[in-house]
Design a binder for this molecule. Structure first.
Ligand SMILES: Nc1ncnc2c1ncn2[C@@H]1O[C@H](COP(=O)(O)OP(=O)(O)OP(=O)(O)O)[C@@H](O)[C@H]1O
Length: 261
């Protein structure tokens, strides 16, 4: 695959002051961020921090109470179809239709996305994720780890410029998780895909993400590269940072000006 010519600082996805309330409680509280072309941004936070709510707003599944969302410079609400054609999504918690064979499911999605030469594309991606042997299996009978990889094939089918991955390595054994992380990073680098990535696995985050946002009670409490964040928190690993934020709601200092440049 040859890489398209790109501006590495082009903003692909942007949230401005995004707030989502449920019964008066703010699941997201003036949440703002930018995701650039070719960047992998990790969205982290304890259970209930607001990650799924953010993903749902970005996918148009939940309307924000206030704030703005733009993708490819277009408002999400009024350009949903155009934006979705250039994007894709995979979640450990959403399933493809269970009664279809794997190749049938992937063929249906390839058709929906208008993928040229779909057979070849599906075969290439299945090989990359080491699931070529699953084509004739009933989707609903796959193990969680197998389904996750089929979902990832679906997510790469339309060569998305923007990809939202919700816990892509949940339920994978350490060997497969390692392979999946490497495949995601390889395809992401080759295609300069912008990825928003959630995970509770800090190894994932350290290996895959260029930049990280920590959410706590719907607010950003910390943002930077994994290395910057660990040094600001005087921690050796992101897991310690995570625990400090989750238990104490610790808000790390803003990066110093020269660090942010
Ligand atoms: N439909 C809803 N109705 C009421 N409250 C909701 C709804 N969806 C989310 N919430 C609340 O909003 C807050 C954020 O939830 P969200 O699911 O976004 O967290 P999360 O960071 O994805 O957590 P987890 O890691 O457990 O998946 C929680 O307090 C949750 O109870």
């Amino acid at each position: 695959m040859s890489a398209p010519a790109t501006d590495s600082r082009e903003v692909i996805l942007e949230a401005r002051e995004l707030t989502r309330e449920f019964d008066g409680v703010k699941a997201l509280d003036r949440f703002s961020f930018q995701l650039h072309r070719g960047e992998v941004l990790g969205l982290l936070g304890a259970n209930g921090a607001g990650k799924t709510t953010a993903m749902n707003c970005l996918l148009g599944l939940t309307l924000p109470t206030s704030g703005e969302l733009n993708a490819f410079g277009l408002p999400l609400q009024s350009h949903r179809i155009q934006i979705l054609q250039r994007s894709n999504f995979s979640s450990a918690y959403t399933a493809l239709p269970g009664n279809l064979l794997v190749w049938q499911n992937l063929s249906v999605f390839a058709r929906i996305y208008g993928v040229p030469n779909p057979k070849k594309k599906i075969a290439e991606l299945m090989e990359l994720l080491e699931i070529s042997h699953l084509g004739k299996r009933v989707t609903g009978q796959l193990s969680a780890g197998e389904s996750t990889r089929v979902n990832l094939v679906k997510a790469f089918l339309n060569d998305p410029e923007l990809l939202m991955l919700d816990e892509p390595t949940a339920s994978l054994d350490p060997d497969i998780a390692d392979k999946v992380r490497k495949v995601i990073r390889k395809v992401q680098r080759e295609r300069h895909i912008a990825i928003l990535y959630t995970s509770h696995n800090m190894r994932d985050i350290e290996e895959v993400c260029d930049r990280v946002i920590f959410l706590h009670k719907g607010k950003i409490v910390c943002e930077g590269t994994p290395t910057e964040i660990m040094s600001r928190s005087s921690s050796n690993n992101l897991e310690d940072v995570f625990i400090k934020i989750a238990r104490d709601g610790e808000i790390l200092d803003e990066p110093k000006k020269e660090e942010a440049l």
